[in-house]
Design a protein around this ligand. Structure first.
Ligand code: RNT
Ligand code: ZN
Length: 421
């Protein structure tokens, strides 16, 4: 896109927003507060590097599609991530899963991983000037095949996963320490039951016991922040999910943990955007997994929709940037994976910029005066203000392609790199 045209259009847009009391410069400046954690698992459909050609198995999460060019080695994955970050304005973090360590062709089981397998990632992150987040991997493993991990009634299996969790926290804390920015360590387990269970309470007691053991060691908050991720149901766990929202929200409040809200993990008419201000009255911080559930927890590529918009608006209106950690969680193997990343991350960023271009205090005033026609009218008018022009300007000042400019760059990367894999 032509630079002078973007600048010309921006000046006009700036005036239009100023007329309704919105400072576009300030909005662009406040985008610095929006740091998005890129979920590493979009690069290879949640495969990881434990075994050659590993594919996601079990856990009720599913990646579909077989688009060519998937990252098969750590080097390829890093190259892809670097490409993605070159096409994104603003600052990102990287969110790693435990199966993405550098295992050097040896089988290092989940209860044996350590910082050795992740030092390379820390060095890479340091060079990229980004922070790292971390997740234990409680699926794609024979000891998860029964459908129960931390909530298992088999003591050997339960202990195995508790050990995994402990090791993941050690790794996360070391990442935070070395990189000078706390690592958000998230625990999601697939545990649940396809058919109606009898002893729901028994499994939840096991899970509580395991979490207490896994969290027994304290780490400084500057290094590590622990989150627990709830879910309503998963495929193969339709009748009961052990780690439900009630369970984890209770656990997080009582034990000073972060609650992870994944917007694919609730009933389709529930909105995560509405939950943020509720949870933040009782927990210090929240972790988000921003995704796009289509009829179920399908983890489609994030697009700019009402759900994501409400999430961004709630964070922005309340200036919750320091209390809400924004991560992404989708995996689509049916289209160019780098393209999927860029579309999804940019969509989330756009939602934040739109939220920052809102005359919030004026709207609150209308609301408090009971002027609901005027409030609705303004909210409608805001939808057709020249947001896209401010977005292009934001990309321009961040030195990344504006508008659709990233499409050609991804096509070129596909031709030069992905198609040769
Ligand atoms: C699964 C959860 C979880 C995973 C990742 C890969 O339903 O959303 O966050 O997607 O851990
Ligand atoms: Zn998630």
């Amino acid at each position: 896109m032509n630079i002078t045209n973007i600048e010309k259009a921006y000046q006009l847009a700036k005036e239009q927003y100023a007329a309704i009391g919105v400072d576009t410069e300030k909005a662009v400046e406040r985008m610095k507060n929006v740091v998005i954690s890129l979920h590493c698992w979009q690069t290879d459909d949640v495969g990881g590097f434990e075994k050659p050609d590993a594919t996601l198995s079990g856990g009720g999460i599913q990646s579909t599609g077989n688009y060519p060019g998937k990252a098969k080695t750590i080097e390829q994955m890093r190259a892809d991530l670097e490409k993605v970050m070159q096409l994104l304005p603003g600052k990102q973090r990287l969110n790693l899963h435990a199966i993405y360590g550098e295992f050097g062709g040896k089988l290092v089981d989940r209860d044996a991983i350590g910082i050795e397998q992740f030092q390379g990632w820390i060095d890479w992150a340091k060079a990229q000037k980004i922070g790292l987040d971390f997740n234990g991997t409680f699926f794609s493993h024979p000891k998860a095949d029964s459908g129960f991990t931390l909530s298992s009634k088999d003591e050997g299996i339960r202990q195995f996963w508790v050990e995994h969790m402990k090791r993941c926290r050690e790794i996360g804390a070391e990442m935070g320490k070395q990189l000078g920015t706390p690592c958000v360590h998230n625990t999601w387990i697939p545990d649940g039951s396809k058919d109606v269970p009898v002893d729901r309470n028994g499994y939840r007691s096991q899970l509580k016991k395991s979490l207490d053991e896994g969290f027994a060691k304290d780490f400084p908050k500057e290094f590590l922040k622990d989150a627990v991720e709830s879910k309503l149901f998963g495929i193969g766990a339709e009748s009961m999910t052990v780690g439900s929202h009630d369970f984890y929200l209770g656990y997080a409040i009582k034990n000073n943990k972060l609650i992870c809200l994944d917007n694919g993990h609730f009933h389709p008419t529930e909105q995560v955007g509405d939950k943020i201000s509720s949870c933040l009255h009782f927990v210090d911080e929240v972790l988000l997994h921003v995704t796009r559930p289509v009829r179920w927890d399908s983890d489609h590529v994030v697009t700019l929709n009402d759900e994501v918009q409400l999430i961004a608006s709630e964070i922005t209106r309340n200036n919750f940037f320091n209390r809400v950690n924004v991560g992404l969680d989708f995996f689509d193997g049916s289209i160019n994976r780098i393209g999927a990343y860029v579309i999804g991350t940019r969509a989330a960023q756009k939602a934040f910029l739109i939220a920052l271009l809102e005359p919030t205090s004026d709207l609150v005033k209308l609301e408090e005066e009971g002027k609901y026609f005027e409030r609705l009218a303004m909210l409608e008018e805001l939808k057709t203000k020249p947001f896209g022009v401010v977005w292009d300007y934001y990309c321009l000042v961040n030195d990344v392609p504006a508008g659709e400019g990233y499409i050609a760059e991804i096509q070129q990367y596909e031709k030069e790199v992905l198609s040769k894999r």
